[in-house]
Write a protein that binds this ligand. Structure first.
Ligand code: IVH
Length: 713
């Protein structure tokens, strides 16, 4: 075969394979059997290996993924990828439609209503019909180039059909279909990996993998719902554009309703609510968009979002089911949590069998009894909860529940003594070596925000403790891979071992974890009161565990235990400390290091050769009068409106100067940093007399030019 012949044949095969992909995925109407498809595929592969120089980068054979990348490259969006305004009630939806009518000066505004896909936004750039780039939304202005990973998605055409425009930027959503998600999580659970919380997290996590061969193993999907820059194609409306794109082989999101009045919009939104659970992807809303492009232009955009589109958010779904029993879970610190065991019920697309009852007070307040019909709610990522009892359906034999009585006054995991601390509602297991506590402490240590050790899911953690391999979470560091490999995750009669591959992964990531920075270790070790942000703040003020254990600062802070939390930030400001580290945290940490348990921990870490160092060490000199240090230290900020940099960046700058950023305005707020269009927060700040500054004001404050906080009222 001559190179010319080979090239022609490769091109024919590629087009043929892409056509079959389309028939299979788009139209669900394959023309050929899988075996025939595989044969075409293999023929193309063989030709390409015979003529490697002639193989196209966009060949369908390249979907399986190439060599891993070192990192992602960034790329600016030619047209910003905006956000979308949310509408939380039918009233807000009516207001939105009325704004469209007013804005366009007419009663009938044609809009579409379609599902909001819970996935990862992406822009696909096609040049002369060939996929050139795939870029994530990023901060809306600049995103990550993920072309290699996107190539693995069968539904994304690598090459468009005949007649493609010279430049076409299609926008849409990459998602993991619900079914694939369930399968992936089952496999992860079996491999001892932590389950993904929801399909969106799973899709986002997958797209961040640097090895596209790994991505190819998780079948992501894609649907288009919009566009960016286009050259060489004229469309006057989303209808026209959708038609063109479909013809070019791009999958368009659906079902799409058309509406010309508010009543029709409402009807569509309600219909979608009924059928959305049978869609292949997770959705929590309906997107309403103006159809006509000239009308979109006329309405324009705010800095954040277009005025011609909005997302109606469905309220969290509630379902009725019967509460058959109550079991008790033992947490990391020994807290006993009552859990409702329910008749399985489908909520927001997943089967719910258990829901939290929080604590005895909640059970009493709601008067939940065993046998009751209860309403449970599940909102997105949140753990299902019992929200109320349907009293009309209470059977005569419904039984009251008392946790302490039910457990016979003993920890259900270890049989140890339980107690209630003064002022607290929860019962706690007092046995320091309770296996349930140890397993959950191990889970905390290996968690994603702590040491990020892969492969220690809840089953593996439980079994490690049960089989006596882990009596203390740090024991994980001394287990040999051979021992781990034969860990029985099943029962005596039906054994199922962890396996060499999983064992190797645990040992490998655990070895890497030794070098993790101080704040991750602090969070992972799980001191009482020390959450993620307190851990970071402690690491900012101390270089390592030795400094922390001998910290004069913490000992002094501990004496501030006034019990008046609201004064913490004023007390702490002179030390340049944000209020994450108040007297309570200081007391918890110092007490720990003064205790025998603390001494043992330090000894063990020394023996393991682990000496975590701070990655964000930046203590501030005390702010004395005219000391020239930043006026942000110890102050609480709230950010609103559109600013010149992403909010996360501004937050980082404030935190680096010792300030704290909170999400909502209250009397405790020192400054509201307001960009363009800060609505309700600005009003609230004004009504509370909170100082409002702009970006320039913030810059001055951070550079230390302003030395005093706003006057107290
Ligand atoms: S249209 C510029 N339609 O929601 C606003 N967005 O938009 C027009 N999203 O991350 C967006 N499903 O990627 C539109 N059917 C849909 C969508 C959708 C999901 C995402 C979008 C973006 C966010 C806000």
């Amino acid at each position: 075969m001559t190179p010319e012949e080979a090239l022609a044949e490769m091109s024919r095969l590629a087009a043929e394979i892409e056509r079959h992909n389309r028939l299979y995925y788009e139209e669900a109407d394959p023309e050929i059997a899988d075996a025939e498809y595989d044969r075409l595929f293999r023929t193309l592969e063989e030709l390409e290996s015979g003529f490697p120089d002639l193989a196209r980068p966009n060949s369908p054979t390249r979907r399986v993924g190439g060599a891993p990348l070192k990192g992602f490259v960034q790329r600016a969006h030619p047209v910003p990828m905006l956000s979308i305004d949310d509408l939380f009630s039918e009233g807000e939806l009516a207001d939105f439609y009325a704004r469209l009518q007013r804005g366009l000066g007419r009663a009938e505004v044609a809009v579409t209503v379609e599902p909001k896909i819970d996935g990862v936004a992406v822009a696909l750039h096609y040049r002369d019909g060939e996929l050139e780039w795939a870029v994530t939304r990023g901060d809306g202005a600049v995103g990550d180039v993920i072309t290699e990973n996107v190539r693995t998605i069968r539904r994304v055409p690598l090459r468009l059909a005949e007649g493609a425009p010279s430049l076409l930027e299609v926008r849409g959503e990459i998602f993991l279909p619900k079914e694939t998600f369930a399968r992936l999580n089952r496999a992860r659970d079996e491999a001892g990996l932590p389950a993904f919380k929801n399909p969106r997290n799973a899709a986002a996590g997958t797209l961040k993998l640097l090895d596209s061969r790994e991505v190819a193993r998780r079948p992501l999907d894609f649907l288009a719902h919009g566009h960016g820059l286009i050259e060489g194609l004229v469309a006057a409306s989303s209808d026209e554009l959708a038609g063109e794109l479909a013809r070019l082989g791009l999958p368009w999101n659906g079902p799409v309703w058309r509406a010309g009045s508010f009543e029709e919009v409402l009807a569509a939104v309600r219909e979608l609510d009924v059928m959305r659970h049978s869609l292949p992807y997770e959705t929590d809303g309906a997107v309403v968009k103006v159809v006509d492009f000239a009308a979109r232009e006329a309405l324009g955009t705010t800095a954040r979002a277009p005025r011609w589109a909005a997302a109606f958010k469905y309220p969290p779904e509630q379902q009725e089911t019967v509460l058959r029993g109550i079991t008790v879970q033992v947490g990391r610190t020994g807290t006993l949590t009552p859990v409702a065991e329910l008749d399985p019920v489908l909520v927001s697309g997943s089967t719910v069998r258990r829901a939290t009852l929080h604590n005895q007070d909640e059970i009493d307040r709601q008067d939940v009894r065993i046998g009751d019909t209860v309403v449970i709610e599940k909102a997105g990522e949140i753990i299902p909860a019992v929200v109320r009892v349907v009293l009309e359906k209470r059977p005569a034999d419904a039984v009251r529940y008392d946790l302490h009585e039910a457990i016979g006054g003993r920890c259900p995991a270890c049989g140890g003594e339980v107690a209630r601390e003064a002022g607290f509602v929860a019962w706690k297991c007092r046995n320091p070596s309770c296996p349930a506590k140890t397993a959950n402490r191990l889970r905390q240590l290996v968690g994603r925000k702590a040491l990020d050790i892969e492969g220690v899911g809840s089953i593996v953690a439980e079994k490690l403790v049960e089989r006596g391999l882990v009596a203390d979470p740090l024991d994980l560091f001394s287990i040999e891979a051979d021992t781990l490999a034969v860990l029985n995750l099943g029962t005596e009669t039906e054994p199922r071992v962890l396996g060499a591959k999983n064992a190797a992964k645990i040992v490998e990531t655990a070895a890497r974890a030794r070098e993790m920075p101080l704040h991750r270790w602090l969070f992972g070790l799980g001191f009482p009161q020390v959450g993620e942000s307190a851990a970071k703040e402690l690491a900012r003020l101390h270089r390592n565990l030795d400094e922390l254990a001998d910290s004069a600062l913490l000992r002094e802070l501990r004496t501030f235990a006034t019990g008046q939390r609201k004064e913490d930030s004023e007390l702490l400001a002179p030390y340049g400390i944000a209020s994450e580290v108040g007297p309570a945290v200081a007391a918890s940490v110092t007490e720990f290091f003064e205790s025998d348990v603390g001494a043992v921990l330090r000894e063990r870490l020394r023996a393991l050769g682990v000496d975590p160092q701070s990655a964000n060490y930046a203590p501030l000199a005390p702010v004395d009068a005219g000391g020239g240090s930043s006026g942000a230290a110890g102050r609480t900020f709230v950010i609103t409106g559109t600013l010149s940099a992403p909010r996360e960046d501004i937050k980082e700058r404030i935190e680096a100067a010792g300030g704290k950023v909170s999400g909502s305005v209250s009397k405790k707020t020192d400054y509201l940093v307001a960009g363009e269009g800060g609505g309700s927060k600005l009003e609230k700040a004004n009504s509370l007399g909170v100082a409002v500054i702009d970006e320039a004001g913030l810059a001055e404050l951070l550079s230390g030019d302003i030395d005093s906080a706003p006057e107290e009222e």
